[in-house]
Design a protein around this ligand. Structure first.
Ligand code: KIV
Ligand code: NA
Length: 268
């Protein structure tokens, strides 16, 4: 079957089928998640997860393109969405188009994602009308860590709910193919997901079960990450399994138990 496209996400919502999304950064992992996902996101969280950075701010367009290429090569079914990194799209709609066009041309991904609310609606519309599907990202936007004062759940302050709904509505009306809602208290997230004026499908992460789909960072849900936020459910415990395998390997090498005849050329 053909690969999903950005407009397929609206069809999923219309049919009432929940959207399944995960991140991936390598071809091998992308290939494992691909048959089960509608969306594989090359998230800029890879800067922290794969590159050991303290935040997503130092991630470059070149890094996103390199990982985007790997993930597109590793997938055949899911829509691949690539995050626009901090500094590559905020200055103007023209800057955003130039950066996003590079991403689509050099990776073959089907959409880009950018963080921000009403102030970025004009950019979302500019890109969409010029052939670049855009996924929005509203609420806790990690690229704004310095202005938010840390990773803080959104929607608690008085009037915050109204402003977040306004952000989601603006991005939806600008033509976003979907909107990630991240780190938003449940009543506000539910109000946004159920608002008739937010027609774009909503994909939640720490933002209530009311969304039209869910996304998690792959390493978090696999149980590979050492610390995870409250909204993560660990569907696996890979960190312990990786540690046990590496420990067993080290012991076998030290003891001279590996390799054995079965792993030796010219053995039997
Ligand atoms: O970078 C990322 O992984 C993301 C998702 C958590 C939505 O933006
Ligand atoms: Na991201």
């Amino acid at each position: 079957s053909r690969r999903l496209t950005a407009p397929d996400l609206a069809r999923r919502k219309a049919e009432g089928r929940r959207i399944v999304a995960l991140t991936a950064a390598s071809a091998q992992m992308a290939g494992i998640v691909d048959p089960h996902c509608d969306v594989v996101l090359v998230g800029d969280s890879l800067g922290m997860v794969a590159h050991g950075l303290d935040s997503t701010l130092p991630v470059t367009l070149e890094m996103m393109i390199l990982h985007g290429q790997a993930v597109v090569r590793g997938t055949a079914h899911a829509l691949v969405v690539v995050d626009m990194p901090f500094g590559s799209y905020e200055a103007s709609r023209e800057q955003a188009f130039a950066s996003a066009a590079r991403v689509l041309k050099e990776t073959g991904a089907g959409a880009v994602k950018l963080e921000g609310g009403a102030h970025l609606a004009e950019t979302v519309a500019f890109l969409t009308r010029r052939g670049i599907p855009v996924m929005g990202h509203v609420g806790l936007t990690p690229q704004a860590i310095n202005t938010m004062g840390g990773f803080r759940v959104q929607g608690k302050a008085p009037d915050a709910g109204r402003l977040l709904l306004e952000d989601a509505r603006a991005i939806s009306e600008a033509g976003a193919c979907a909107i990630v809602l991240e780190g938003i208290v449940e009543p506000v997230a539910r109000a946004i997901a159920q608002a008739p004026e937010v027609t774009a499908p909503t994909i939640g992460i720490g933002a209530s079960p009311s969304c039209d789909g869910q996304i998690l960072v792959l390493e978090d849900m696999l149980g590979l990450s050492d610390r995870t936020p409250k909204f993560v459910k660990r569907f696996g415990a890979l960190r312990g399994q990786v540690e046990a395998a590496v420990r067993a390997y080290a012991e076998d090498v030290q003891a001279g138990r590996f390799p054995e005849e079965a792993q030796t050329y010219g053995g039997s």
